[in-house]
Design a protein around this ligand. Structure first.
Ligand code: ATR
Length: 303
């Protein structure tokens, strides 16, 4: 018997998701998880691909992370995304961590390969894909990252793998930038500089950069009225300015960059495409990237 349930799958409220004995389950482990934007993106993709799959949010407390990961094996989930606060700790509970996730020190996607759980990190590759789909290539480019948190590390690693000639990490706490530079310097020329308009070394890096990526939380809702972390006039007019913040979609960094005439890339693409790459790892099928991005944008607008 096939049971059909109607539900409100994010922005697409008309979607029908038939649950049957064949339905395959993926999802996301987080704490909290109620705010997750991923289900509508993945549901839209499964619908587009005609896959009888379902993406479920699972509220997993830190003390029960191991049991939850064991549950992926026990219940035969195809895989899960892993979000805050589990991305680091989950590494000890999977069977294998791929090389990129190991370098980043965090897993955001687990693939269940016949009972063997493999941890990946798709954040950095999602970022690179968001640039490529906008027509920007990283090959032989000088890239400047503003900020040195977890997102910056994932991006630095992927950018270095994508053929950037030089990756400069600028951070208020320069030691954290140095840790990232050290982690990736086998992949590309990497260096750390203080994120300060008073420092010549930062001004020079800003002036030389082909691509600048805003990786701090500055400008994120509810602090969206704040000016950018540094004035965009420090960057060349032909520099591509990217903000990984997606609430609001048009941050002060993006708005000022646009006004200066710089090409800009907004942050929701990275979120959509880290999901697209996870879906490809689970299904072995090319993700309908645009469908996922549009579902995400619709969900962001609906909130
Ligand atoms: P995530 O893991 O999401 O990338 P994070 O680890 O909290 O986030 O990192 C936040 C980044 O924003 C850091 O680079 C942080 O700089 P410090 O390492 O010096 O703390 C940066 N950041 C946050 N608020 C900032 C501020 N007011 N001025 C400058 N940098 C700031």
């Amino acid at each position: 018997m096939t049971v059909t349930i109607t539900g409100e799958y994010g922005a697409n409220k008309n979607s029908l998701m038939p649950i049957s004995g064949e339905t395959r389950v993926v999802g996301v482990f987080g704490d909290p998880v109620a705010h997750t934007l991923s289900p509508p993106m993945h549901q839209a993709a499964f619908k587009e691909l005609g896959l009888n799959w379902v993406y479920v949010p699972f509220h997993v407390r830190p003390t029960q992370l191991k049991q939850a990961v064991d549950g992926v094996r026990a219940m035969g989930l195809q895989g899960v995304n892993v979000t805050v606060p589990h991305k680091v700790h989950v590494m000890r509970y999977v069977d294998e961590v791929d090389e990129e996730a190991r370098l980043i020190g965090a897993v955001n996607t687990i693939v269940n390969d016949d009972g063997r759980l493999i941890g990946y990190n798709t954040d950095g590759r999602g970022f690179v894909r968001s640039l490529e789909l906008e027509g920007f290539d990283l090959h032989e480019k000088k890239v400047l990252l503003l900020g040195a948190g977890g997102a910056a590390l994932a991006i630095a690693s992927a950018v270095a793998r994508s053929g950037a000639t030089e990756v400069t990490i600028a951070n208020r706490t320069v030691e954290k930038a140095q840790q990232i530079a050290t982690a990736i310097n086998q992949l590309s020329v990497a260096r750390a500089v203080p994120l300060s308009e008073e420092e010549t070394v930062f001004i020079d890096a800003a002036n030389e950069a082909d691509i600048v990526v805003q990786c701090t939380s500055i400008g994120m809702y509810p602090n969206h009225d704040r000016p950018p972390i540094v004035p965009v006039q420090l960057f060349r007019k032909d520099a591509v300015l990217v903000d990984i913040v997606y609430t609001p979609r048009e941050t002060s960094f993006i708005r000022d960059g646009r006004a200066r005439g710089c090409p800009v890339v907004t942050g929701e693409g990275m979120l959509a495409f880290q999901g697209a790459i996870a879906l490809e790892l689970w299904t072995g099928t090319n993700a309908p990237e645009d469908v996922m991005l549009q579902a995400l944008i619709a969900e962001l607008k609906a909130r």
